[in-house]
Ligand binder design. Structure first.
Ligand SMILES: [Zn+2]
Length: 286
């Protein structure tokens, strides 16, 4: 069995290869790992490339498995406090769990089609090696690659290799503010949304849908705030017009408390802004 995961830091890709099973997939760097981490309860469906790679006991991994919960906890701690996301801490984590980084090596791919010597001025005197090196510095390097290849015997190995590599690249793992899944902030470390299809809109990615939804939520909040102020004034006016009516005063005091509770509930995600607007309209009528 020879499963390898190969990371290309220039193209920001990963390639998972298992020649005996005919598996050879290239994806965005760290993608398979964060997808695996995001499975949670869906682990039981075994619908992930890692499960197709190995025939051993790894097939029985579930949400409570030591490997799964341990690595997830480490990442969650680092998401909470990004200053803990260091190679040093990761090595200590591995040491605590008695784990190690899988065997790895560096692979070179050089485009051999170009005759490097032709790129150097033929009239300049130099040794063949110098001519080759000077030619290399001038050549088109877009087809070249230097990659890190990890040989893995288990799902655990792939997870450790992926996390180790991401930490070495100083690339953070985050939780998408739209779909709630883990993602690798590959190009922008301040990204808050992933590139998956949004669970709320199949025609958009989380990045597109998430920012749109935040924008709409803000508009709605503005609308609610305007309405709140207007109801506030209406209720206050009612008291001024009926200074002897205790009911109106009491109603107003209770209404203010209710508004605070609504704001809290919206902040905690227990209630929506739409419900708040509906309630405000209703409260004005009373
Ligand atoms: Zn997302």
């Amino acid at each position: 069995m020879a499963v390898t995961i190969e990371f290309d830091d220039t193209r920001l890709t990963e390639r998972i290869n298992e020649p005996f099973k005919g598996i050879d997939e290239t994806n965005s760097l760290g993608m398979s790992f964060v997808d695996f981490l995001s499975l949670g309860k869906d682990l039981s469906s075994r619908n992930h490339i890692y499960f197709y790679l190995f025939d051993n006991f790894d097939r029985y991994i579930n949400e409570d498995s030591f490997l799964y919960s341990g690595i997830k906890e480490f990442i969650d701690i680092c998401i909470k406090d990004s200053s803990l996301y260091t190679l040093d801490n990761f090595m200590f984590f591995l040491h605590m769990q008695g784990l190690s980084i899988p065997q790895h090596h560096i692979e070179y791919y050089f485009n051999t089609e170009t005759v490097l010597e032709d790129l150097v001025n033929p009239y300049m005197q130099m040794s063949p090696m110098e001519r080759a090196i000077r030619g290399f510095t001038k050549c088109d390097k877009s087809k070249n690659a230097i990659t890190n290849v990890y040989t893995c015997d288990s799902i655990e190995d792939i997870c450790i290799a992926s996390l180790y590599h991401l930490i070495k690249l100083k690339t953070p793992i985050k939780i998408c503010a739209n779909c709630g899944k883990y993602f690798v902030a590959l190009r922008r470390s301040d990204a808050i949304y992933c590139d998956r299809i949004s669970p709320f809109n199949a025609a958009k990615t989380c990045k597109e849908d998430g920012s749109q939804r935040t924008f709409e939520e803000k508009l709605k909040m503005n609308e609610a705030e305007k309405l709140r102020r207007s109801v506030y004034q209406t209720l206050q006016m009612r008291i001024r017009r009926n200074p002897d009516d205790e009911y109106h005063k009491e109603y107003f005091e209770n209404w203010k408390k209710e508004v605070d509770k609504w704001k809290n509930d919206i902040k905690k995600g227990k209630k929506t802004t739409e419900e708040f607007i509906e309630w405000l309209n209703w409260s004005k009528m009373r």
